[in-house]
Design a protein around this ligand. Sequence first.
Ligand SMILES: Nc1ncnc2c1ncn2[C@@H]1O[C@H](COP(=O)(O)OP(=O)(O)OP(=O)(O)O)[C@@H](O)[C@H]1O
Ligand SMILES: [Mg+2]
Length: 310
Amino acid sequence: MTALICGSMAYDTVMVFEGRFREHILADRIHVLNVSFLAPSMRRNFGGCAGNIAYNLRLLGGSGLIMATVGHDFAPYGRWLDERGIAQTHVRVLPEEFTAQAFITTDLDDNQITAFHPGAMNHSHLNQVSAASGVRIGIVAPDGRQGMLDHAAQFAAAGIPFIFDPGQGLPMFNGEELRALVSRAAWVAVNDYEGSLLTERTGWSLQDIAARVRALVVTRGSQGSCIYADGHQHDIPVARAARLADPTGCGDAYRAGLLYGLQRGLDWPTTGRVASLAGAIKIESHGTQQHDFDPPAFAARFRENFGAAL
Ligand SMILES: Nc1ncnc2c1ncn2[C@@H]1O[C@H](COP(=O)(O)OP(=O)(O)OP(=O)(O)O)[C@@H](O)[C@H]1O
Ligand SMILES: [Mg+2]
């Protein structure tokens, strides 16, 4: 029961400025802003929602195919996926473009200045769901705007149930578009903030949305998550994290857990706990694809946290 994972593939370049922006960005000079920050330490991580979800689903032992557009600079990321046995059949290289990338500069107060170049991601609509065979379930994660609209419509037309995961792409859509996307989806997954924005834009309450889909999932960071399904509200606890290194990518790890549970036909309380544990494991490492586990280790940790076998 392979999952088609439509979404972005991106490089995240993180540089640390060992000072404080506020000592260099002077309020009375902002009209002629021209600052340069020396950042001796730099990391370049493999990221993007589709890449992160596929990476976590692979660790869990689920089956996923990435559908994405990338640029001429994709080779190092491609090798990383190859080494982990993640297929690139539907990863389309656009030689004229860069792969989507974020340049993040942080300071010692944890402030961030980010520039994001979407590059090849803006052409994600060049890929079509119908090109992938053997797909039984899907997810529409943050990606190019037209790609998200098209892939949702294509999943619906093909009768393939999918998770609508608008994430940081949510502000690109108006109320009418969001109502159509939710109506096409089998499941909707959002964080707390995205949940509020989605209710505001659609004019539908969380209950209204839940009534239109098989399940609405709302994640609340360290407060856990809620799954509204079949008229029930399943409160999902967080799993214990050994350390809180970096929360970025917890949402994607959680979604991989949702796909895994759906592929295996697990009930919602169990699926939610798988997702929750995947999120907690992710938070223990920097980057979004630096953590590692195998299915037996995951099952052991699942039992430790929730007192039940997976
Ligand atoms: N501090 C934490 N301890 C344990 N689990 C956590 C923690 N933070 C997040 N998680 C798990 O990950 C899930 C998703 O996190 P969150 O709600 O922050 O997603 P998000 O805002 O979409 O994150 P991002 O988009 O940055 O990846 C939570 O519901 C929870 O299960
Ligand atoms: Mg998120």
